[in-house]
Design a protein around this ligand. Sequence first.
Ligand SMILES: Cc1cc2nc3c(=O)[nH]c(=O)nc-3n(C[C@H](O)[C@H](O)[C@H](O)COP(=O)(O)OP(=O)(O)OC[C@H]3O[C@@H](n4cnc5c(N)ncnc54)[C@H](O)[C@@H]3O)c2cc1C
Length: 373
Amino acid sequence: MKNKIFKYDFLIVGAGLIGSLTALALNKKKLKVLAIDGKNFIPKDQRTLAVNANSKEFLEQLGIWSHLKTKPQQINKIIIKDYINTPPLILSNDTEAMGNVINNSELLKIAHQKLNNLQILKSNININLDSLSPKKVTKIHNKHYSFKKIVISIGKKVTVNETKKSLTFNNGDYSYVGFFKHQNDHNNCAYEFFDKDGPLAVLPSPYMNNKRSTFIFSTNTRTSYPKIKSVIKKKFFSSHGKMLFDKQLHKFPIVPHLLKYHKKFLFVGDSLKSIHPVAGQGWNLGVKDIQELIKLIDQYPLESEALQSIYYSRRMVESSIYLGFTSMINFLYENPTNLNNNFVRFFYKSLLNIDFLRDIFIKQAMGRFSLID
Ligand SMILES: Cc1cc2nc3c(=O)[nH]c(=O)nc-3n(C[C@H](O)[C@H](O)[C@H](O)COP(=O)(O)OP(=O)(O)OC[C@H]3O[C@@H](n4cnc5c(N)ncnc54)[C@H](O)[C@@H]3O)c2cc1C
């Protein structure tokens, strides 16, 4: 007897922080979706995400926001400081613009629960990406499937042949993430401090009566925990008071990149692009990938290649601007010549004094600014 072929609209390969939400958003559009992931467990991820206003609305629409057990920590002020002593840039006029901090694992757990309830997630499946093709029959757990479109969302581990042509920058950088208790209330204030070794973000955590924070230090130089602790103690003692650091330091590789156009697959999240974590916007950009995809599905037939070529070019405009901007900030701080320092000061001053520029800056931080709409 001939094998039955299950016909689906979408296969999502990789059900991480973006792939799982892509599957839920496509399912909400009444499309037939199957999501697979190489793991069969939710990895413990201590990281937090700074969720902007656009992404919060997206999570609300998917019915995820209201399920977050740990109350999202609303940021009411962002203070940007640097080691060349530029007067600090303080953003505080609109709390919606400042965003919320949530826990990565909690978000993933809720998304997976929803996918499991819908019975559209298969875990522990490691598939050879080179063997996949839209419309080609694919065997998964002894069943035969065909998919109109295949979305790759496996984070940074893209191994499909064509990615050899991809642009990759700064391999070898790391983000160090840790936690500390402190004497003073953090007052829901987030900090970005530009140290000469790289950007250091200190985010308020909702635990311990506002007396706990997370730090994310991204650097391309070798560093040690004592060194990181001493930078934080020096720079944040005046605001946070005495500090007690958790024993564990977590290390994540950073691979900022933009992927070249790929005829067979659609890419979302970090598989498509990843930016320097200066702006804490990588996941928020992934949400915009999903939103763009959903928008284009209403305009183009699923089978058409135009859908993915237009999707690709639209997402590349924004991703390139982010990558260019975050690379420029890193470059300026890594090379503190007089010219570069003056440029940084001029930029801060312009943001503080020119309403139009500040509005654009805040709008893009909220995920509500687009050059192409
Ligand atoms: C230290 C740090 C702090 C950050 N902070 C922020 C922040 O504050 N705000 C923000 O917006 N962004 C932030 N980011 C970026 C954000 O974490 C990423 O953009 C986001 O996690 C990308 O999600 P993803 O789904 O593309 O990849 P992932 O979440 O990595 O998911 C990939 C999934 O694919 C699966 N997989 C891998 N290979 C295969 C395979 N061959 N077959 C099947 N499944 C596979 C994996 O098991 C995993 O589940 C931060 C990043 C770092 C490193």
